[in-house]
Design a binder for this molecule. Structure first.
Ligand code: HEC
Ligand code: HEC
Ligand code: HEC
Ligand code: HEC
Length: 421
């Protein structure tokens, strides 16, 4: 298989959560056309990056790409409150953010994304650098109960390798040949109720099913942060894995994975199952069919209410309106240059954005196939979720669930109708 195909399949099968309906877990396909032998990859994951990375360069890249606006434990100072996507959103939910109570109450209804992100505390003891690099280059959904995903950055393969070397620095790499009894390991997963927090898609269902009825529920961070165990084999090695299972907090202080009292034998058996269980392929998320332009009049108010204020805000807004700096799609950030795209008003939306050379352009500029840029970015995100990465277009909303076909229809109809106010 060629690499793009492999990637397309991998990403397609991984991105399973829709915008309106957060699924509790990824659903394996019933068919068994692809069977993996023991230690075969989780699906067809992004090819691991095996370039040697430089930790010094990696550190400055972590600063440049502002990983610490979302992730703790990078070893680079955490971003201040007005720039930290996760801390500020959490503060709103914890009633710690200084604002009028009616504002807070209103925000709690809308702020559902970036309420959690995994921390990199002792990442080298848990994650392989080749995985980290591949994931940063080609992020896919790892956590079925987390609505936000890792954004697709403008990062090169070498930069990704450098960042990975830095984040996993100091890891002990003593290779340990896998041992353990996978059948007994399956029993461990069942009796220890690992399924209360984890999905393990592609194997027969674990007894419990983690499902959140809303995208984010206070106090359920353990469920939100628990990765789908399908991907564990891409991320770690046997030696690291059984030590983690035996005592997670010893490997990563402060982790929300509890110590479940596994003996060394049980931990090794569970690790054998996690790394070796046969996996069924995941269903590919379909790209929604594009709906025809609406006959009824669509105004900016409709677009604003249904789309812009709902999901584009905070990355593309006016620093005076937003708390914080106006967002990475406005003032730059995450390694992106400032594009000055501000969706806060009708006028600012019509004011366009800066192209990559810093020249003003319209957000309605026709792309190669005639689709206005604004609509093209929304369609690109739907395709990214189905595993089709367009090197020309970055999907929007960046790192968040794609809009529904109906939402895209509203935007497209408004543009087609000459953008009435
Ligand atoms: C806008 C917020 C944001 C920024 C900025 C960001 N990430 Fe992430 N990242 C996330 C989220 C959310 C996840 C969890 C995604 C998932 O589980 O599907 C994640 C997951 C990851 C993971 C997987 C870790 C794990 O334990 O599963 C790695 C590795 C990672 N990010 C690296 C980086 C690096 C390196 C940078 C900077 C170059 C970065 N991220 C910047 C939000 C962000
Ligand atoms: C200083 C506090 C603060 C910071 C920092 C902040 N936000 Fe927000 N964010 C808010 C508030 C308040 C809202 C609700 C705005 C509204 O409803 O008018 C919001 C809303 C959002 C929304 C729309 C609601 C949702 O959850 O989908 C997104 C997306 C978002 N923020 C992303 C980000 C990202 C990405 C960052 C980091 C670059 C960030 N925010 C940084 C306070 C903050
Ligand atoms: C209370 C919820 C909870 C329970 C119960 C739980 N875990 Fe976890 N698990 C987590 C969280 C949260 C993480 C992510 C830890 C972190 O990054 O700090 C995690 C991480 C992991 C990882 C690392 C995954 C990866 O891909 O990096 C493995 C493997 C794992 N858990 C297996 C298990 C097994 C096996 C059991 C049962 C013996 C179990 N977990 C029980 C919450 C839980
Ligand atoms: C998490 C932050 C974030 C969110 C949420 C977000 N954007 Fe963006 N957006 C960005 C960044 C960063 C860029 C600059 C990307 C670049 O330079 O490649 C950008 C660029 C764009 C562009 C220009 C794309 C191009 O290829 O030139 C459009 C159009 C756009 N965003 C529309 C939207 C719309 C519409 C939404 C809501 C549905 C949205 N964005 C939500 C961060 C975000």
């Amino acid at each position: 298989m060629t690499r793009p195909l492999v990637l397309a399949l991998a990403l397609g099968s991984l991105l399973v959560t829709g915008c309106k309906k957060p699924e509790g877990r990824a659903r394996p396909e019933a068919s068994s056309t692809v069977s993996s032998a023991s230690a075969a990859p989780s699906t067809t994951p992004p090819a691991p990056v095996h370039l040697a990375g430089d930790t010094e360069r990696g550190r400055s890249l972590v600063e440049k790409f502002e990983c610490s606006r979302c992730h703790d434990g990078t070893g680079v100072a955490s971003a201040p409150l007005e720039k930290h996507c996760v801390t500020c959103h959490q503060d709103i939910w914890a009633d710690k953010f200084k604002a009028k109570p009616d504002k807070i109450a209103k925000w709690k209804k809308t702020v559902v994304h970036y309420l959690n992100a995994p921390s990199f505390e002792n990442a080298g003891e848990r994650l392989e650098p080749a995985f980290v690099a591949a994931f940063v280059l080609r992020p896919h959904k790892l956590r079925p109960n987390m609505v936000s995903t890792m954004p697709r950055l403008r990062i090169s393969e070498q930069e990704a390798a450098d960042v990975a070397a830095y984040l996993t620095r100091g890891a002990k790499t003593a290779a340990e040949p896998p041992s353990g009894d996978a059948t007994a390991g399956r029993q461990v997963l069942e009796t220890k109720a690992c399924g209360t927090c984890h999905a393990f898609s592609g194997v027969p269902d674990l007894p419990m099913k983690p499902t959140l009825s809303t995208p984010w529920q206070k106090g359920n961070d353990g469920i939100e942060l628990a990765p789908d165990l399908r991907f564990t084999r891409d991320r770690t090695t046997f030696g690291k894995l059984w030590r983690w299972l035996e005592d997670p907090a010893k490997v990563k202080p402060g982790t929300l994975m509890p110590k479940l009292g596994l003996t060394e034998k049980e931990a090794k058996d569970a690790a054998a199952y996690l790394l070796g269980a046969k996996l069924e392929p995941l269903a590919k998320k379909p790209v929604p069919a594009r709906l025809p332009v609406l006959e009824r009049k669509v105004t900016f108010e409709d677009v604003d209410r249904e789309v812009l204020q709902k999901t584009c805000r905070h990355c593309h807004t006016n620093p005076d309106i937003a708390r914080g700096d106006g967002g990475p799609g406005m003032t730059g950030g995450f390694g992106f240059i400032p594009r000055k795209l501000d969706f806060s008003t009708y006028e600012s939306t019509n004011g366009g954005l800066l192209d990559l050379k810093g020249e003003r352009m319209s957000v309605f500029t026709k792309t190669k196939d005639g689709t206005p840029l604004l609509v093209a970015a929304l369609l690109a995100r739907q395709k990214e979720e189905a595993g089709e990465i367009d090197p020309e277009a970055r999907g929007m909303p960046l790192g968040l669930p794609a809009l529904t076909a109906e939402q895209v229809q509203i935007v497209e109809s408004w543009v087609a109708q000459g953008r009435p106010q």
